[in-house]
Ligand binder design. Structure first.
Ligand SMILES: NC(=O)c1ccc[n+]([C@@H]2O[C@H](COP(=O)([O-])OP(=O)(O)OC[C@H]3O[C@@H](n4cnc5c(N)ncnc54)[C@H](O)[C@@H]3O)[C@@H](O)[C@H]2O)c1
Length: 415
């Protein structure tokens, strides 16, 4: 650690999220960005504009990892580089904040977990920030207190309706093989000639990204696992299609998935041409005694009063049978009035943090606290793979058109 207790960080992958991550991190007390690595010259220039011309910049992340003045790295490259750079960073003795999804492919998950174990106590925190959200923590507390009774189903959605939301990111006017290190970007991905669209809109291609599965479902799984403490599902099925953004992408823009957890059923939905103004993100937790709605901004609980009587269909029976039945029935349920029962206003609970509150900033605060205290935040490599594994299996289910199996205990695909 550098002088005066300052944590010195480096950014690897300085695009949209990387710049946002580094801004959040350096807004915290005694955190300094000293190096940035990226494969597009313009983004390295932008980093110097933001963090000063003296920061070290490079296209080769190994040069960052070799520097002894760096305590921790933020990895915000495209998904196909996450596992490799995380493992190399841990081997180089750095703490790691890696953006979600932790891995691009299921087969990479165990390797990252093993690398964390072998790292002699290095911190790994995955960048799915809902893990640090006060709203989700409150929802967890309410669920544990029995606010909605016994959970039986959770529905989650993240719908969008904008070009940016559908990953149509800007391609800079100076994009060319001289400003972009195309071969390094490809890494282990199939070789092909320079293509600025693939480089700047990599999410749209399976060679580099993870589609809706790893990009957005992983957030929904993080929220679910935080609130319920669940380990993962056993069966996963997804369907959908490319319905609107037919721009050459090879991933769907509408996807619906279902997962079987031991005690509840989970549905996930993303629609990139959904009719919502911009973005709509939410969860509905349904229990035996109520419903809890959770969004980025708030959590509300609506209690459903238990029925005082089961109701009946005696009117379909002959008059004598009906009469006899109702005589007994009203003895058993004297308070019950068919159809006219006046349900009291549902008991509501509402929790909302201050408007200025940012889960993203809190997530970076948790990471920096972990780096200082050496006490890891709970969203480590195991938690990261518990969410990434099933999320990625929705992509596999979609591609292979089959139900996939997942062993949540041992973190392995079973079918
Ligand atoms: N937590 C969130 O809410 C959230 C939101 C957006 C993105 N993300 C994640 O952040 C990551 C980055 O997404 P983005 O939107 O910033 O993408 P982006 O395309 O804007 O930025 C990626 C950057 O990585 C660079 N890069 C590519 N390969 C590299 C390598 N081998 N070494 C160094 N740099 C490399 C590219 O040049 C590019 O500038 C993704 O994994 C994404 O899933 C997370």
């Amino acid at each position: 650690m550098a002088v005066n207790d300052t944590i010195q960080i480096a950014l690897i992958g300085a695009g949209g999220m990387g710049q946002g991550d580094a801004r959040n991190s350096t807004s915290l007390d005694k955190v300094k960005l000293v190096a940035a690595c990226d494969l597009y010259t313009g983004r390295l220039e932008r980093c110097k504009e933001i963090w000063g011309k003296d920061i070290f910049t490079t296209r080769d992340y190994r040069e960052v990892l070799a520097r002894p003045d760096i305590d921790a790295v933020i990895i915000a490259t495209p998904d196909h580089w996450h596992a490799r750079i995380t493992k190399d960073a841990l081997a180089a003795g750095k703490d790691v904040y890696c953006e979600k999804p932790m891995v691009q492919k299921i087969e990479e998950g165990q390797g990252v977990i093993d690398a964390q174990k072998a790292s002699n106590g290095k911190i790994v925190q995955i960048g799915s920030q809902y893990a640090s959200s006060l709203v989700f923590q409150k929802a967890k507390e309410l669920l544990e207190q029995g606010a909605i009774g016994k959970l039986n189903m959770v529905d989650a959605w993240l719908d969008r309706n904008t070009a940016m939301g559908a990953w149509q990111y800007t391609i800079p006017t100076d994009a060319s093989p001289s400003t972009v290190d195309w071969d390094r970007f490809l890494g282990q991905a199939p070789k092909r000639p320079f293509d600025a669209t693939r480089f700047f809109r990599w999410r749209n291609y399976k060679d580099y990204g993870t589609g809706l599965a790893g990009d957005l479902y992983v957030h929904l799984l993080t929220g679910l696992h935080v609130v319920t403490g669940a380990m993962g599902p056993s069966r996963i099925f997804a369907t959908g299609g490319l319905r609107y953004w037919k721009d050459g992408r090879d991933v769907p823009d509408v996807m619906l998935a279902t997962m079987d957890y031991p005690d509840f059923t989970f549905t996930l939905k993303v629609n990139f041409k959904s009719g919502v103004p911009q973005e709509d993100f939410g969860f509905r937790f349904t229990g035996s005694e109520g419903v809890m709605n959770v969004s980025m901004a708030e959590c509300t609980v609506a209690k459903t009063p238990r029925e005082k009587a089961p109701g009946n269909t005696a009117d379909q029976f002959p008059a004598a049978v009906k009469e006899k039945f109702l005589e007994d029935y009203y003895k058993q349920y004297p308070m019950w009035q068919p159809k006219t029962e006046n349900l009291p206003g549902n008991e509501m609970v509402r929790f909302a943090p201050p408007r200025s509150y940012s889960a993203h900033l809190e997530h970076h605060r948790n990471f920096i606290n972990a780096v200082r205290s050496r006490k890891p935040f709970f969203e480590d490599a195991v938690f990261g793979f518990r969410t990434a594994g099933p999320a990625l299996l929705t992509g596999v289910s979609y591609d292979e058109r089959k139900v996939c199996g997942w062993d949540a205990e041992n973190l392995k695909r079973t079918a």
